[in-house]
Write a protein that binds this ligand. Structure first.
Ligand code: C2E
Ligand code: CA
Ligand code: CA
Length: 695
């Protein structure tokens, strides 16, 4: 959960930055555009308003002229008005035209407009021939007076209008006017002239009581007005551009900053190349894509074995140098869309594409071979754990996206495969499979249950008798553990002892076994049975305890068992630890009367040296001597000599794992004292062993 949250936050940081920038950018540009438009609109409306007011005042003057000459003839009054040189007409209350001067192009589309400058509401009518159009350099702006609805028309170099103007009752198609200087179509002449002279005609009305005077007014926008708009426009555009640059540079620097942060997150400080975070983020995105579902990929954990030791013997700088070289070499081998990242000191993560598993295996082995020789002076070792991601299909054979792929988990599986080399320092390649998971689950389960199993006495002591090969007499036995688990049934020691040895629980087990064997022996003795010595395995992990011999003695004394009935088996590998401590413990054990044997002699490491130093009583020849072919009798020669050696050192010999009669006969001939093997008996429960004793 915590991991998911962390990832989410990381993505949020990445996303937020760009979203905030883009939002801010859009808002700022939008706001500025609205501001500029509003400002130009305001200037324009103010200019139009003041022109219209001026015209209105002179039309009002005509009305006053009419009124103040009440006592002269109507026709004389009109003559006076005509002298004003303005086109006008007068209507009565029924809307009938009483008098008209000049061309009446007034339309009946009118509305009441407020003239701010005159502070009056006036009814204004559209001119039929033209709306309100004024030209700029290469545009014609059509203005619906006072409503500020503008339509734009382009004028090309030859002065040709392109576009249409919708006037409600008719559509003026400007394509029909070809040239401003050479007009064929006279219908639009006045319109064009008006446009050219910047005149916006409108009919304004003045109420005269029983009549209404409606006169044509020209709202003329002078070059100065247009110039003012232009300057304002330029200034505003300039401000917009500056702000635009600021915003853009802010956005860009935001992106750059974000890139830097991303790079910081994604860069490994040792290799200066990609790190795990990068691999995880990019790799997961990549593998989850639909387009990669049809391909096979392998996630690999590549480990530079003994990196720490190399750093210890040389220096961290030299170690890091090698890591860089390793990284570079891997990178040089990668195909497009394959990935490599340095995860932690000796670990690299790789994502490789493959089609054939054998080819993949060969190429990884080839890579390792090259990596081993990356430094001319040293030979390195590299181990690879490989987790193959096959193509996923549903029951109908349809390819499925790896949409839930968790790269952490997949890489961990690769690491688990690599971990099977733990303890080895050689190069190698290991593959992940589900057996590994089962194995790990078993280990976890055993660790979880171990204490409870001990407390509930689920561990049982099995006895494997040792016989004299000449007389077939019972001469001894080895105590071997078995786990009778209520859930998992009968479990052999091979599946639990290595786990206990790793986690340290083996010391509890050894105590448990010693106590139970001592108790059993005492009980048999009390029953009057002919008891023989029983050997108990004591793990090497125990030998760090300096009072081990005393502990063993006390446990046995607690049961009241004679010491000569208990033998202690030590494995050969244990002799490599602290030799002096070991000798000390063996001597103490012997002084208390316990026999001490060397288990598994001849397996693994040579222990002739230990034989020299350790005052042991019994030598147990490892079962391996009696396995496989006995070419040229070499095995027999070694066994013969080992028995001789033991005899010269005053040690008794026990041959382990003997299964066939020929071996028994041979060992008898060579003077081997005891045989512990399936030929005579397998390890058996206590009751069965008790019966053998009585026979
Ligand atoms: P080990 O001490 O070498 O025990 C001998 C093993 O060889 C036993 O396996 C025994 O069953 C097996 N064996 C004996 N004769 C024959 C034979 O003729 N053929 C074959 N194929 N096998 C034979 P087991 O009981 O499975 O024990 C395995 C190992 O587990 C033991 O090897 C010992 O290292 C360890 N172990 C068992 N019990 C204990 C214990 O109580 N404490 C400790 N520390 N280790 C134990
Ligand atoms: Ca043993
Ligand atoms: Ca053994």
């Amino acid at each position: 959960m915590a991991k998911e949250k962390k990832e989410k936050n990381f993505r949020k940081i990445k996303r937020n930055n760009s979203w905030i920038s883009i939002l801010f950018f859009t808002l700022a540009i939008g706001l500025l555009t609205v501001l500029v438009l509003a400002f130009v609109e305001f200037l324009f409306s103010y200019a139009v308003d003041s022109k219209a007011s001026g015209q209105y005042e002179s039309i009002k003057y005509m009305a006053r002229l009419y009124d103040s000459n009440a006592n002269i003839e109507e026709t004389e009054k009109y003559k006076l008005l005509n002298e004003e040189g303005r086109e006008y007409f007068i209507i009565d209350n029924n809307g009938e035209v009483i008098y008209s001067y000049g061309k009446n192009t007034c339309s009946d589309i009118g509305k009441t407009v407020y003239l701010g400058i005159s502070d009056e509401n006036v009814v204004a009518y559209k001119d039929t021939e033209i709306g309100y159009v004024y030209p700029t350099n290469n545009h014609a702006l059509y203005l619906d007076y006072k409503s500020f609805i503008k339509n734009e028309f382009k004028i090309d170099e030859d002065g040709v209008f392109i576009g249409t103007r919708d006037e409600g009752d008719r559509t003026i198609d400007y394509d029909r006017i070809n040239n401003l200087d050479n007009l064929d179509d006279m219908e639009y002449a006045s319109e064009i002239n008006d446009i050219v002279s910047n005149k916006l005609p409108v009919w304004l009305s003045v109420d005269m009581g029983d009549k209404t005077l409606i006169a044509k007014a020209y709202i003329t926008l002078s070059a100065n007005d247009l110039g003012l708009f232009m300057i304002m426009g330029i200034v505003m555009s300039f401000i917009v551009i500056i702000l635009f640059i600021i915003v853009v540079s802010n956005v860009i620097s935001g992106f750059v900053r974000q890139r830097r942060i991303t790079n910081f997150f994604f860069t490994d400080h040792v290799t200066k190349s990609h790190n795990w975070m990068w691999f995880k983020t990019k790799g997961e995105q990549f593998l989850r894509r639909g387009s990669t579902a049809k391909n096979k990929y392998a996630i690999i954990n590549l480990v530079f074995v003994k990196y720490r030791t190399f750093c210890l013997c040389h220096s961290i700088e030299e170690g890091e140098d090698v890591l860089r070289k390793v990284n570079d070499l891997i990178l040089s081998k990668l195909e497009k869309k394959e990935m490599c990242a340095h995860v932690t000191n000796s670990n690299f993560a790789l994502l490789l594409h493959y089609t054939d598993a054998d080819d993949l295996d060969a190429s990884i082995k080839a890579l390792i071979t090259e990596l081993e020789q990356i430094d001319t002076e040293h030979k390195f070792a590299f181990q690879a754990g490989i987790n193959k991601l096959d193509v996923k299909k549903d029951e109908n054979g349809k390819i499925l996206k790896r949409k839930d792929l968790d790269i952490d988990k997949e890489y961990n599986n690769a690491c688990a495969a690599r971990a099977t080399f733990e303890g080895s320092e050689d190069s190698g390649v290991a593959y992940f499979d589900n057996k590994l998971v089962e194995e790990q689950k078993w280990i976890d389960m055993v660790q979880e249950k171990q204490q409870q199993a001990l407390d509930n006495e689920e561990f049982q002591v099995y006895y494997q008798p040792k016989y004299d090969p000449r007389t077939n007499e019972l001469r001894g036995a080895e105590a071997l553990i078995r786990w009778q688990s209520p859930e998992y049934g009968f479990v052999s020691p091979g599946r639990i002892i290595p786990i206990f040895e790793k986690n340290g629980f083996i010391t509890e087990i050894d105590h448990y076994m010693i106590q139970h064997v001592a108790k059993d022996q005492k009980a048999w003795l009390d029953k009057g049975l002919k008891c023989v010595p029983v050997s108990v395995n004591v793990s090497r992990a125990h030998f760090i305890e300096s009072d081990l011999a005393e502990q063993i003695r006390d446990m046995i004394d607690k049961e009241g068992t004679p010491h000569n009935l208990i033998e202690i088996e030590l494995t050969e590998s244990a002799f490599f630890d602290d030799k002096n401590a070991m000798i000390n413990t063996i001597e103490k054990l012997k002084s208390y009367g316990f026999a001490v044997s060397m288990d598994d002699f001849g397996s693994g490491y040579s222990s002739l040296n230990s034989l020299k130093d350790m005052p042991l009583d019994v030598l147990k020849l490892d079962a391996e001597f009696f396995r496989g072919d006995n070419d040229n009798n070499r095995g027999e020669i070694v066994v013969t000599e080992a028995i001789k050696l033991a005899k010269s050192l005053n040690m008794r010999t026990v041959a382990e794992g003997v299964e066939i009669k020929e071996q028994v006969d041979f060992l008898a001939e060579q003077g081997c004292d005891m045989i512990q093997g399936y030929y005579f008996a397998k390890p058996m429960p206590k009751d069965e062993y008790e019966q053998r004793m009585s026979n």
